[in-house]
Design a protein around this ligand. Structure first.
Ligand code: HEC
Ligand code: HEC
Ligand code: HEC
Ligand code: HEC
Length: 316
């Protein structure tokens, strides 16, 4: 746990969160924060499950506060180990979260550190008038500052950085972190080590991974010996305009899927008999029944539009 605390860079957080910090630097509302806490944080922070700092415990909260406002709020907003982003409640605003953190610190006799400040303030200073933003920064915190780390994704702080893909089951927002069975599941990053890497979804190129023999999925749920009937037939769909033509490969599909997944409900099995357009695909029809849901998404244009026409500007 503490390893993570140090690893996450306070510097990154302050860059990414500077907007949040500026807008709510002096605005933490402890009463409103209690309401948020009662609704969204108390389930873990009352009893301290999984090491959550307990409400009312100065021992638990002092070292957290010492990390400084930016780090604390970054973790509350974006998550930390078993702490889900925004307490698992994405509808809570930045101010709700700031207030709830301020409330929990207050319950422990601490104050939310000021923007840019590092050290926790003891409660006695609380009675004073709100400090102007220009108050001199307190002495540097005892906590070592993490070495400058590459920012996650600078242009979009909601986008997950590489080290956040495929989180372990207890942190993925799908499995119950309170169930000990969750901790017995193999983390995906360990299970998928050595798979061909992709650029979307779970970052695995499943076509190449199957080709490489790294996986041998069972074709039939009940019959372990059943083999797929692989049909190697490409259907080229010409595309008007400059976009490369679409090659629909039966091979890559029938390695995973039975003919009945597509024929006849999604596609009439006759070349050219089906009207297919990007609009339909984006609406989740035709190829879009799977692509963007259980297969690679439409953003990977060139995997479908793979047949270069002459005089096209597109590189293969
Ligand atoms: C599902 C359980 C859970 C819920 C719900 C939850 N937390 Fe947490 N929280 C944790 C755990 C566990 C930690 C300790 C994480 C660690 O240090 O590994 C934590 C730590 C924190 C920290 C300290 C972060 C740090 O950098 O040390 C803050 C702040 C925090 N939570 C705020 C909140 C707020 C605000 C809410 C409600 C909106 C909330 N939490 C809801 C489990 C939870
Ligand atoms: C992932 C969906 C999908 C699966 C699975 C699939 N097909 Fe197709 N099939 C298509 C599409 C798309 C076309 C092209 C339709 C068009 O051009 O309008 C097609 C066309 C065909 C054609 C027409 C070929 C021609 O030249 O006219 C036949 C025959 C066919 N499929 C048989 C099969 C068989 C047999 C299987 C199982 C081994 C199968 N398909 C599995 C999507 C699929
Ligand atoms: C899952 C496969 C797939 C992906 C990914 C994909 N396309 Fe398509 N695209 C198709 C198919 C199939 C057609 C229909 C071709 C036809 O007319 O039969 C099509 C048609 C088109 C057309 C022709 C006009 C239209 O709307 O039908 C354009 C332009 C186009 N795609 C652009 C793109 C761009 C740009 C991307 C990436 C952002 C993309 N496509 C990604 C399968 C795909
Ligand atoms: C029933 C589900 C389903 C439908 C419908 C479907 N696909 Fe796929 N497709 C898959 C799956 C699953 C894979 C393999 C896993 C992956 O690559 O994400 C795949 C793989 C592919 C690949 C192989 C890419 C590679 O790297 O070799 C192409 C190309 C492709 N699809 C294009 C299409 C086009 C074009 C259509 C519509 C004409 C279509 N698919 C319709 C499920 C589907």
């Amino acid at each position: 746990m503490s390893k993570h605390l140090i690893k996450r860079s306070a510097l990154v957080a302050s860059v990414l969160l500077s907007g949040v910090v500026a807008s709510s630097a002096l605005a933490a509302d402890i009463k409103a924060g209690k309401a948020v806490y009662d609704k969204a944080c108390f389930a873990c922070h009352k009893s301290g499950v999984m090491g959550a700092p307990k409400v009312g415990s100065k021992d638990d909260w002092s070292p957290r506060a010492a990390q400084g406002r930016e780090t604390l709020l970054d973790h509350a907003l974006n998550g930390l180990n078993s702490m889900p982003a925004r307490g698992g409640n994405p509808s809570l605003s930045d101010d709700d979260i700031t207030n709830a953190v301020a409330y929990m610190l207050d319950s422990a006799g601490l104050e939310l550190p000021a923007a840019g400040g590092k050290a926790a303030k003891p409660a006695e200073t609380k009675a004073e008038a709100p400090k102007p933003a220009a108050a001199p920064a307190p002495a540097p915190a005892p906590v070592a500052k993490a070495p400058a780390q590459k920012p996650k994704i600078q242009f979009n702080r909601l986008m997950k950085g590489r080290d956040e893909w495929n989180p372990p089951p207890a942190e993925d927002g799908i499995h119950d972190p309170d169930n000990e069975g969750t901790y017995m599941l193999q983390p995906p990053r360990e299970g998928m080590a050595g798979f061909a890497s992709g650029i979307s979804g779970n970052r695995v190129d499943w076509v190449q991974t199957l080709d490489s023999g790294a996986i041998a999925p069972r074709y039939d749920r009940t019959d372990p010996n059943k083999k797929p009937f692989v049909m190697d037939l490409n259907i080229v769909r010409e595309v008007k305009g400059s976009m490369p033509d679409v090659v629909y490969p039966h091979k890559q599909h029938t390695e995973w899927l039975d003919c009945s997944n597509c024929h006849p409900d999604i596609f009439i099995p006759k070349k050219g008999a089906n009207q297919i357009s990007m609009a339909a695909i984006l609406l989740g029809q035709k190829c879009g029944v799977c692509h963007g849901k259980v297969a690679f998404p439409v953003t990977e244009c060139k995997r479908c539009h793979s047949k270069k026409k002459k005089a096209t500007a597109f590189k293969e």
